[in-house]
Design a protein around this ligand. Structure first.
Ligand code: PEP
Length: 253
């Protein structure tokens, strides 16, 4: 097995005003500084309004900052949207694309997600590309096919282990408290890695990180993060509390 360093990523979603958001970021940075040897990379993805301040607050801590979405175009008449280069400009190194809430709330298709991921790479950001089946798809026995199709349709040209992270997030597990069992997570992660191998070759597929997301909490993180093809977590609710997020990071050791 390749030696992939875990990535623990927090997706704050549409949560956080300046005071609380900065306290959260500085709290996580303090934990990281106090325990630099915990062997994982940390990424926090605040709402757009806080990115600049959060990036300044965590500067020097080794914590990476990411956006939760970007537009596929470089600039222009797209009111309310944010370009990948703008994220880079205010201190981001990563951006999440294709989160299931974007796919649902904003009708984002695989083609749109692929274009956004391509824009991220072109701007010098790493893309965290989210895929995952709904409960109905799982119950219909379509889990592997859905994830293979979303991966094939969302992965941009030029993807490498250095500039892309995949997040497997079963939609039925996001924000529900219903977490995938270790067997359910591992088998889908293995399917994703096999698909990556077909597309990118063994070296890139072996080095690319595949995160699990969906109700990851301090009490279930160790088991999930210990699975052979789970290389970290994308964490929503539990990323909003310093102690919980840090407990998950510590569980990756
Ligand atoms: C997410 O938003 O990507 C997520 C996994 O949320 P939660 O951890 O709250 O299920």
């Amino acid at each position: 097995m390749m030696n992939r360093r875990p990535l623990i990523a927090g997706n704050w979603k549409m949560n956080g005003l300046s005071t609380g958001g900065l306290a959260l970021a500085t709290g996580i940075a303090a934990k990281r500084k106090a325990a630099p040897d915990v062997p994982c990379d940390l990424l926090i993805c605040p709402p757009f309004t806080l990115i600049s301040d959060v990036a300044k607050a965590v500067a020097g801590s080794g914590i990476a900052v990411g956006g939760q979405d970007c537009h596929a175009k470089v600039s222009g008449a797209h009111t309310g949207d944010i370009a990948a280069e703008m994220l880079k400009d205010v201190g981001c190194s990563h951006v999440i694309v294709g989160h299931s809430e974007r796919r649902t709330d904003h009708g984002e298709t695989d083609a749109i997600v692929k274009a956004k991921a391509g824009a991220a790479l072109a701007a010098g950001l790493a893309a965290v590309i989210c895929i995952g089946e709904t409960l109905a798809q799982r119950e219909a026995g379509e889990t592997f096919a859905v994830n293979r199709a979303q991966l094939a349709g969302s992965l941009p040209d030029g993807a490498t282990a250095a500039n892309v992270v995949i997040a497997y997030e079963p939609v039925w597990a996001i924000g529900t408290g219903r977490v995938a069992t270790p067997d359910q997570a591992q088998e889908v992660h293995a399917v994703i890695r096999a698909a990556l191998q077909e597309r990118l070759g063994a070296a890139e597929a072996g080095a690319m990180r595949i995160l699990y997301g969906g109700s990851m909490k301090p009490d279930n993180a160790r088991e999930l993060l210990g699975l052979p093809d789970v290389d970290g977590g994308l964490i929503g609710g539990a990323s909003l509390k310093v102690e919980d997020f840090w407990a998950i990071a510590s569980a990756s050791a």
